[in-house]
Design a binder for this molecule. Structure first.
Ligand code: MN
Length: 498
């Protein structure tokens, strides 16, 4: 499963030829130093590539078009070292189609009090050059990120690094292809949506296949391949027989191993990165894919249950945006299941029938086989564990009939007070910000779903910036949320995003 391409970001410095050769030589020299230090810093997840100083309409237009055409370029970082008349940028910006970061910095950190003269000021005037540039980008209505501060400052580099992952999300969104092997669960509203509009807005391709086509691919997986994977499971996970016959248990586990291999081969052959199933539409599959889907999610596939292609695509998007991240804590589809309403201990127990990604786990992972209360198949094997502590974001993309809205709730994951030995599914437990009651009230008022795409590894800002680039409304629910302000946000959104 390919998760990370060898993307690069271009560094383009704005200037003009008014200041003479000597000044332009220094501008280029300073930019080269910044790019070199960025790449040495280890703070940025992707390489930065220095481009020639942009001084004329022709050069600017050419560089932006080269950036469009270069498949490895995931975005352009612009900084105006000197003044760069912004009309020169109009054609280039009009034709540019990739993520844009405005780095509002300057080469020197401190004013050189003893030596500063007019030449120095003319050479180091991003304080007004970048205002001229920001004006034209705003006037043209182009979505971009602005990062302010000295380029060596660790916080500034962190912000650039954070934006790079948003840029990857913008670039990769249009490569997400979701395979539906079941339609939406009958009568369910929130998992529905306009697939044509999703392709227009996000670039997602969402296709349906008869479930028995993928079930055929499962049936073709050899016994030898299946047994080899079962061995791997038995090495890696604890086996919780709970009184079941070991041979019978192993046969149930083998059914999931065969599904994992068959599904993965089918998805690879047809080039899909996310999949949607439904417990009520399993064709000739012996079990609801549980352990199999959990393992596929861990490998980087998106997943949505009961036909929920929006969640499947969002999980895949999060997997791609967080790929290769040091100390990543995980990303999964989750579902709000049941509450703890004890004062001071309020929270939402997150789970699903089976399909929770083990990337969010902490501690041992076990395999259990238990009957499903829904569906009509044999008892599926599933991975059982509890999730990590710490903050994360739960996202819900909903279709309001005429448009999409993305809800992003910052949540605090906690350990439950006691083990839940009779619960045969993986769980997380969180308290939504700003507090349980306000968070739930805001979520319901904003129309959020019961399925979410959850990650510990992105911030609300990163995902919200992705949504802004897609041109859709974002509703944030976090420590700043009050119901009065949320209602005003929803009202403004209903006017702005018709
Ligand atoms: Mn569900």
């Amino acid at each position: 499963m390919e998760l990370q391409k060898n993307y690069k970001f271009w560094f383009c410095t704005g200037s003009q030829d008014l200041y003479g050769e000597e000044c332009l030589r220094k501008v280029a020299e300073h930019s080269a130093v910044i790019v070199e230090k960025f790449n040495e810093s280890g703070a940025l997840p992707f390489e930065v590539v220095l481009k020639p100083t942009l001084i004329t309409n022709e050069v600017i237009r050419r560089i932006f078009n080269e950036a469009n055409a270069d498949e490895t370029c995931a975005g352009v970082i612009v900084w105006c070292h000197t003044f760069s008349p912004a009309k020169s940028w109009i054609l280039g910006l009009q034709e540019y189609r990739k993520p844009l970061l405005h780095l509002h910095t300057q080469f020197n950190q401190e004013i050189p009090y003893d030596t500063i003269d007019m030449d120095f000021m003319n050479e180091n005037q991003s304080a007004h050059g970048d205002r001229e540039w920001g004006h034209i980008v705003t006037r043209m209505g182009i979505e971009r990120k602005v990062v302010v501060g000295h380029w060596m400052d660790a916080k500034v580099q962190e912000k650039i690094a954070s934006w790079m992952r948003t840029a990857i999300g913008i670039m990769e969104s249009s490569h997400i292809r979701v395979m539906r092997v079941a339609d939406n669960m009958r009568n369910v509203a929130v998992t529905e949506g306009d697939k044509v509009e999703a392709q227009i807005k996000f670039g997602w391709e969402i296709d349906a296949y008869p479930v028995n086509e993928i079930a055929g691919a499962v049936a073709e997986v050899s016994e030898a391949d299946t047994n080899a994977l079962v061995e791997e499971y038995y090495d890696k996970y604890e086996i919780l027989l709970e009184g079941r016959d070991p041979e019978e248990f192993r046969r149930h586990v083998a059914a999931q191993a065969q599904i994992e291999l068959g599904f993965e081969r089918f998805l690879q052959e047809k080039n899909y990165q996310a999949i949607v199933t439904h417990f009520g539409d399993l064709g000739s599959l012996k079990q609801l894919p549980g352990l199999a889907i959990q393992r596929l999610m861990e490998k980087g596939y998106g997943f949505g249950a009961e036909g929920d292609w929006k969640v499947a695509a969002m999980v895949r998007l999060m997997k791609v945006m967080t790929a290769g991240m040091k100390n990543a804590k995980g990303t999964s589809m989750l579902e709000d299941y049941t509450y703890n309403l004890v004062p001071g201990k309020e929270g939402i127990l997150q789970a699903h029938m089976l399909e929770v990604c083990p990337s969010i786990s902490e501690g041992p992972i076990s395999i259990k086989c238990q009957p499903l209360s829904m569906g009509d198949r044999e008892d599926p094997a599933r991975l059982v564990f509890t999730a990590k502590e710490g903050p994360g974001i739960a996202a819900s993309l909903i279709d309001l009939g005429t448009r999409f809205r993305l809800l992003i709730n910052t949540v605090d994951c906690k350990k439950v007070e006691k083990p839940m030995p009779k619960l045969p599914v993986a769980t997380a437990f969180w308290t939504p910000r700003p507090d349980f009651a306000t968070g739930c009230e805001a979520w319901i008022l904003a129309g959020g779903a019961h399925h979410t795409a959850f990650t510990y590894d992105l911030t609300a800002e990163q995902l919200g910036d992705w949504a802004a680039a897609m041109g859709i409304e974002t509703v944030y629910i976090d420590e700043h949320t009050t119901i009065r302000e949320l209602k005003r946000d929803l009202l403004l959104g209903s006017v702005a995003y018709r």
